[in-house]
Design a protein around this ligand. Structure first.
Ligand code: MG
Length: 446
């Protein structure tokens, strides 16, 4: 119990399912799979160092050299693997899960998360047991303390970004890094852009002083800091700093769905092209793409699914509505440093406050619900949904997604928990779609 092993890595409650033994064995499996040097980084969770040591032991025993990057954002590991030409990466993080959790995510030689097929190959090695070399084959460890600096330079060298133009504006920015891995890197980036930083929860001790997800109900202190200090914008991160949420200069958390919609509008204004997002992302992105006459493609939920679709389309921008901005020119994954920089560049060029940029986006109502019952038969429940909506416009690539005019609802079994997720969006209220689906799920279910 308390351990989830899947094609996207391992996650679990430390001390229950997730032990150093598991992390070590996973390290051996991954080291054997990549066959070359691996970068290892971690978020600020207090259990991170123990698991990092165990994973490193496994990697070394499989013959991989290891480059330790220390406490850094998840996107920094992706960026480092790609631009320093390593054979892979491992990130010790459980992202927005509670503090008792931790996990290990694996990075491909290209600098993206493993696809399901690649993850399956590593899992096979994990299950079959370690294949280790002799004493002469054991790998070496090196340390790099400049990974965040490299990442920041890479972001600022994007053709879309003019750091001098941002500096000239002298923005005041409140940063809430939830005492996570973005605490130092985020602050460094903002200072490099000439911003006056108001830190809120930027002590990287990993004790998460608020709910770890950067959703409006967790950003009250950031809202207050923006108001008290008269900041131009507030940035809220999750513990491993891949997701970004915005607070307007009025001190209002605008909702994480706006981050990607604004980033897409800014980037398409410079470089029109197709956009890829997941099936649960707000249709604001479709309206923005419509302004530029380009198409939005939807991929199954899972960061790497969106990324692979973006690479196929050569999309200049894409990501996830949960605050995950992907700019493939810089990084092959969700990146809050990219997100913060694009938003600041947008503000610098637009010469309008954030609240005005937000107000010019179409307004929708999005609701998220979960269906959780003891002994839930998820397959049977999903079948009830499919047959109920049978006559409609259905997308069945990842659960069921139904589109009705400008409204949609996406119903999918969670990959990581025994429940069904329901997300709906409509122009006025999404309540009716949620109620309809909840009614169907309740049928014949005790
Ligand atoms: Mg995260």
């Amino acid at each position: 119990m308390g351990l989830l092993i899947s094609v996207s890595g391992i996650r679990g409650v430390v001390g229950e399912g997730l032990t150093p033994e598991v992390a070590c064995r996973f390290g051996v499996a991954f080291g054997g799979w990549t066959g070359g040097p691996v970068a290892v980084g971690r978020d600020t969770r207090p259990t991170g160092e123990m698991l990092e040591m165990a994973a490193i032991s496994g990697l070394l025993s499989a013959g991989s050299d290891v480059v330790r990057l220390g406490v850094i954002p998840t996107p920094t590991v992706l960026c480092f693997v790609r631009w320093e030409g390593l054979s892979g990466g491992a990130v010790i993080t459980a992202s927005h899960n509670p503090i008792s959790w931790n996990g290990l995510k694996l990075v491909s030689p290209e600098g993206r998360f493993l696809t399901a097929g690649e993850g399956e190959e590593v899992l096979k090695r994990y299950r079959e047991g370690p294949s280790r070399g002799s004493w002469e084959d054991v790998g070496q460890v090196a340390q790099r303390r400049d990974a965040a600096d490299l990442h920041i330079e890479k972001v600022l060298s994007s053709e879309l970004v003019d750091p001098e133009a941002i500096k000239e504006r002298g923005f005041k920015v409140a940063l809430d890094a939830v005492d996570g891995a973005g605490s130092e890197a985020g602050r460094k980036l903002l200072e490099r852009l000439g911003c006056e930083v108001v830190p809120v929860h930027c002590r990287p001790d990993g004790r998460f002083p608020r709910g770890p997800e950067p959703v409006p109900e967790n950003l009250g202190e950031l809202e207050r800091a923006v108001r008290e200090h008269g900041a131009d914008v507030g940035f809220g991160l999750d513990p491993d700093a891949d997701r970004l949420s915005l607070v307007s200069e009025e001190g209002r958390a605008v909702g994480e769905e706006y981050t990607l919609a604004l980033a897409v509008r800014f980037v398409l204004g410079k470089e029109p092209g197709p956009v890829a997002v997941n099936l649960s992302t707000s249709r604001m992105v479709e309206d923005v793409a419509g302004e530029f006459g380009v198409q939005v493609y939807r991929a199954p939920v899972g960061e790497v699914n969106v990324l692979m679709e973006m690479l196929r389309l050569r999309a200049p921008i894409g990501g996830e509505g949960n605050g995950g901005v992907i700019l493939p020119e810089v990084n092959y994954g969700r990146d809050s440093l990219v997100g913060m920089t694009l938003i600041l560049q947008y503000l610098a060029e637009a010469d309008e406050p954030l609240s005005r940029l937000v107000a010019r986006l179409p307004r929708y109502v999005m609701r998220k619900a979960t269906y959780r019952r003891p002994g839930l038969d998820r397959e049977a429940a999903m079948e009830r949904v499919r047959s109920h909506f049978g006559g409609e416009d259905l997308d069945l690539r990842d659960g069921v997604r139904i589109v009705r005019d400008r409204a949609w609802v996406h119903i999918r079994p969670s990959n990581t928990e025994p429940l069904i997720r329901v997300v709906a969006e409509a122009e006025v209220t999404a309540d009716r779609l949620i109620d309809e689906v909840m009614g169907i799920l309740e049928e014949d279910d005790g």
